[in-house]
Structures are given as C-alpha cells and as structure tokens.
Write a new protein. Structure first.
Length: 341
C-alpha cells in the first residue's frame, strides 16, 4: 500500500467511526429512559402487585421508563414525600390525600387503582355485636395516620359519639390484630385482603366473627389511588410520562391477577424484610383483585369521587374536610395512558 494513502485512509476511518458514534448516540437518545419514582403507602406486598409485576416483566422499560418503587410503612407520610420532591407519584387513600390538600399540599389524583373499598370492621360474635347500632358502648380498634377518616364519618352517620361513655370507645390500633384475639377490643379495623385473614390465621373462624363492610354501610371512600403535584401537571411531557407509567402499571395488574403464583414470587423477591409468606400474599392478591376494575384503565369515576367527598364532609362537628375541594383530580394522565394500553 502506498504509505502516502495511509493518512487519507485513517481520516476516512476516523470519520466513519465518528459517524457511527453519532448514530449510536442518536439511537440511544431516542430510547433514553425517563425516570419515575413512585412512593407506596405500605411495605412491599400484594396490595401493590401491579407495580412490582410491571417492573419485573419489563413493562415500564418497554415504554422507556426507569421506575423506582419505594416501599412505605407506618412512619411514612406519602404526602410529605411528594411535597418534598421525593417521588413523582404516591399511592394514597383519598381521605388522607384530600385532607392533606386542604392543609396546603397541592396534590392531585391522576389515576385510581382501587375501584372498590376493602375496609371493614371485624367484630367478635361473642361481643354481642350483631348490627352497627350494637357498637354503642363497645370498644373498637381504629387505625390512625389518616385511616381513621372513614370510621369517623361512619360514626357520625350512626350518631355515635367517639370517645364518649355512651358512644364508642376507641382503642388506637397498631398494625396487628392482637386486640381482637386477646379480647382487648370488641371489634377492630381490618382490610378484606390483609388483617381479616390474620384474624383467621390467629384461630378464629368466620362463624365466630361479624364483619361490617364500609361499602355495605354506605361510607366507603376511595382507597389506593395515584397522586402527583399539581404544578408539575402543567408540563405536557410530564403528563405523557405519567401516562406511560399508568398504562404499564395497568398491564402489570392484569398480569398479576391472571398469574397469581408468578406475581406472588415477584412480591416475595421484593420483600426486603423476608416476613411475607406465599400463602398470605396469594390470598391478598385474590382479594385485591376484587377491588380493581381493569376495564377503567385506572380512570377515576366521578361518582365515586363525589361520594367520597360527601362522606368526608358529613362528619358533623369534626368533618375530615371543611369544604368541597376544587381541582383535586384530573383525567389528563389516564387520557394520555390510553394510547399505550
């Protein structure tokens, strides 16, 4: 080879390498992942199977999303995490979210995971409780940190004063079912997918229990929903990103409900504590599946929203919220999600 041609050859090779590099960079940019962080209300369990399954099956990655799932717990204030910029989305119950909004945290419901409520009051049959009216004079376990709001609305509807001698005595309930098993309370708060089954595992049979579903009592409020900060929803690109997240999560829920055994394995892998069992998580997933309406695509039903607001306003002298919220929910994210379903 003519040595004089070497510089020209090197130049051509360099240009080719640069062109290939530019092309690769462009392709990478075209498929660059967008970060989304979601803060859960509670620890990793089948209550949140849709998120974990969507991540494990690659549904988020398929839409160019890099998703971080942050477990919660009893000391986690998801509204504070959102307000502090620690997450793009939080999973919260609507009573807690609307109360936080009234206190000045401008969060907005952008999708509704659970179409139905799983909240219950579970009582020992030997306590003499047969109807809601029988709660008068009884001791009931109640969760706080936001979970008390539907209970307070229910008691107001029944005309029973909370804490009064002639009303309902409240035991601040921890996140276990010991008060019922040890007869420290006549009734306790349970979720249809979790604590109720802990009571059964604790030795009581369904025949030894009387269960009041909040939905049956007409005081059910919306539970697990997705919330984002209001100001960020003014950015169309941000809305589009959240729409992708909702679409992928819906796909995760569908797969989890249709493939419970695989979904439970994914949940157990995500459980950092190692405390969850396959049996309990499978039961939980079956019950959670009854609360989800896959046909909605995660869209909030306005009638359910209005019912929740009406219940929260009906608390007599201690309403959960003092006025009807404005701008507390939007369909822009679920509308954006439709093109990715």
């Amino acid at each position: 080879m003519n040595t004089l041609a070497l510089p020209a050859l090197a130049s051509r090779l360099t240009r080719s390498a640069l062109a290939a590099g530019v092309l690769a960079a462009c392709q990478l940019a075209a498929h660059a992942t967008e970060p989304v962080t979601v803060q859960l209300r509670w620890v990793a369990q089948a209550q949140f199977a849709g998120y974990y399954v969507a991540q494990a099956k690659g549904y988020y990655r398929a839409l160019d999303l890099d998703v971080t799932i942050k477990p919660g717990g009893p000391d986690t204030s998801v509204a504070q995490v959102l307000a502090g910029g620690g997450a793009d989305l939080i999973v919260d119950w609507m009573p807690t979210a609307l109360a936080a909004r009234e206190r000045g945290v401008p969060l907005v419901n952008v999708a509704q995971s659970f179409a139905r409520s799983g909240m219950q009051m579970t009582c020992r049959a030997d306590s003499g409780v047969r109807s809601p009216a029988d709660l008068k004079g009884k001791t009931v376990g109640v969760w706080y940190s936001g979970s008390e709001y539907p209970f307070l609305a229910w008691m107001a509807k029944l005309g029973l004063e909370v804490g009064a001698d002639d009303g309902v005595k409240v035991l601040k309930q921890g996140y276990n079912v010991d008060p019922l098993l040890q007869k420290q309370a006549d009734c306790i708060s349970t979720m249809s997918y979790n604590e109720y089954w802990q009571v059964i595992d604790g030795g009581l049979t369904p025949e030894q229990l009387v269960v009041f579903s909040y939905a049956d009592q007409g005081v059910s409020t919306l539970e697990d929903g997705l919330y984002a900060m209001e100001a960020k929803l003014q950015d169309p690109a941000y809305v589009e990103r959240l729409g992708k997240f909702v679409a992928a999560t819906n796909k995760g829920w569908k797969y989890a409900i249709e493939n419970p055994d695989e979904a439970v394995d994914i949940i157990l892998d995500a459980d950092a504590s190692g405390a969850q069992t396959a049996e309990h998580q499978r039961r939980m997933l079956v019950e959670v599946g009854k609360l989800i309406d896959l046909s909605t695509g995660g869209a909030l039903a306005e009638a359910d929203y209005q019912r929740t607001v009406d219940i929260l306003l009906s608390g007599g002298s201690t309403p959960v919220i003092t006025k009807a919220p404005e701008g507390a929910w939007t369909s822009v994210v679920t509308d954006a999600a439709q093109k990715y379903q």
